[in-house]
Design a protein around this ligand. Structure first.
Ligand SMILES: Cc1cc2nc3c(=O)[nH]c(=O)nc-3n(C[C@H](O)[C@H](O)[C@H](O)COP(=O)(O)O)c2cc1C
Ligand SMILES: CC(C)CC(=O)C(=O)O
Length: 370
């Protein structure tokens, strides 16, 4: 039970602790003040006119939560099961490139915060810290999944997968929405081309030459390659970037273990639907055969609640993690995950749900005029 005023935050004594965090969006404002404007634009930006980028967040305005009352239930239980493991909450860290542009400790800081929260960090293939160092960074260790852009060089792709497996990654997240790099006007205008000296995509280091390869976006990628991946690893495979229900069905047919409904945070095909708008049809197509995840525009506990009620098993967060990292380093990412957990628990309590499984489709009114 919580006693009123449940929201009061004690006045702060002078301390080294980071200032309290009231809302996820505050981190963005704080990060913007600290970041090099070119890097800020890289993190914030999307493709084309950024229609999809904007839609990811505003789409949540079109859904309303129809609460149930008098259901009791006491303490909320946010745990979910995914690939045979219990996660403490249905929130994952989606893969984002170049954490060392946000903070000197980069992916190490992120992994430590995720380890403390007990949830999953999906490490980007474009991480600026080698996967082995990310895996060794956190105590307790973070649950890591590895994000892969399948490379046309199959031998190299297999070697990256072996590294991820050896480092203890527990799933492979294969990004399928990037047959070519999205055209991002902000980066073009800023001439953002190269990482600063000493900052590299360490997971792209060639095991033979020691050279760091460029990431190739491969327009020849097709379902045969997914079959090849299925034969190449025993890790669960998550396809990231599914929006069309027909592709969700094909994913199931190809033995994929989960789909992640995503438009890459609006950075690939501008004009694609907001992730949450694409979710219900994907959930219907999958029909419970594999878990459906979602990322894009999650900024509030109520956004998580809506996505779960619409059928997602868990959600991913991208930019908020980068903002938290840039603004406050590891403590910032911890605060972000704590805040989202608390917001979700409160929203579930107000909506009459004890656990994620209690969130059902009838609790969402959609096509609300905004
Ligand atoms: C700066 C940035 C870098 C990203 N890097 C990757 C990446 O390396 N691989 C990938 O699959 N997705 C990448 N994404 C997409 C995210 O995984 C995720 O789909 C998206 O950020 C979710 O939307 P949100 O930022 O609104 O939470 C990136 C997104 C951003 C903003
Ligand atoms: C630099 C890219 C490889 C990372 C990415 O996927 C992105 O920026 O959206």
């Amino acid at each position: 039970m919580s006693s009123v005023p449940a929201q009061a935050t004690p006045r702060r004594a002078a301390t080294a602790d980071p200032p309290p965090l009231y809302r996820v969006d505050d981190l963005e404002a704080e990060a913007r003040r600290r970041l090099d404007p070119v890097h800020r634009d890289f993190f914030a930006g999307g493709a084309g006119d950024e229609r999809t980028l904007r839609a990811n967040e505003t789409a949540f305005d079109g859904y309303r939560i129809l609460p149930r009352v008098l259901r009791g239930g006491g303490e909320r239980d946010l745990r979910i099961e995914l690939f045979g493991e219990t996660l403490p909450m249905p929130v994952l860290v989606s893969p984002t490139a170049f954490h060392r542009l946000a903070h000197p400790q980069g992916e190490v800081a992120t992994a430590r915060a995720v380890g403390a929260a007990g949830t999953v960090m999906v490490v980007s293939m474009a991480a600026t810290t080698p996967i082995e160092a990310v895996a060794g960074a956190a105590d307790p260790p973070a649950r890591l999944w590895f994000q892969l852009y399948p490379q046309p060089d199959l031998g190299f792709t297999a070697s990256v997968i072996r590294r991820a497996e050896a480092a203890g990654c527990r799933a492979l997240v294969v990004t399928v929405d990037s047959p070519v790099f999205g055209r991002r006007d902000r980066d073009l205008r800023n001439g953002f081309l190269d990482l600063p000296p000493g900052c590299r995509c360490e997971n792209m280091r060639d095991p033979e030459s020691g050279r760091v390869r460029d990431i190739v976006m491969d327009a020849t990628l097709d379902w045969a390659r997914i079959e090849w991946l299925r034969e190449t690893t025993r890790l669960p495979i998550v396809l990231k970037g599914i929006l069309h229900p027909a592709d969700a069905r094909l994913a199931v047919e190809h033995g994929v273990d989960a789909v992640l409904v995503s438009n890459h945070g609006g950075r690939q095909l501008d004009g694609a639907p907001a992730s949450v708008d694409a979710l219900p049809a994907v959930v219907a197509a999958v029909g419970g055969r594999i878990p459906v995840l979602l990322d894009g525009g999650i900024r509030r506990g109520t956004d998580i609640l809506a996505a779960l009620a619409l059928g997602a098993v868990a959600v991913g967060i991208g930019r908020p993690v980068v903002w938290a990292l840039a603004a406050r380093g590891e403590p910032g990412v911890r605060q972000l995950l704590d805040l989202l957990r608390a917001e979700l628990a409160r929203a579930m309590t107000l909506a009459g749900a004890v656990r994620p499984a209690d969130l059902t489709r009838e609790m969402i009114l959609d096509r609300v005029p905004v």
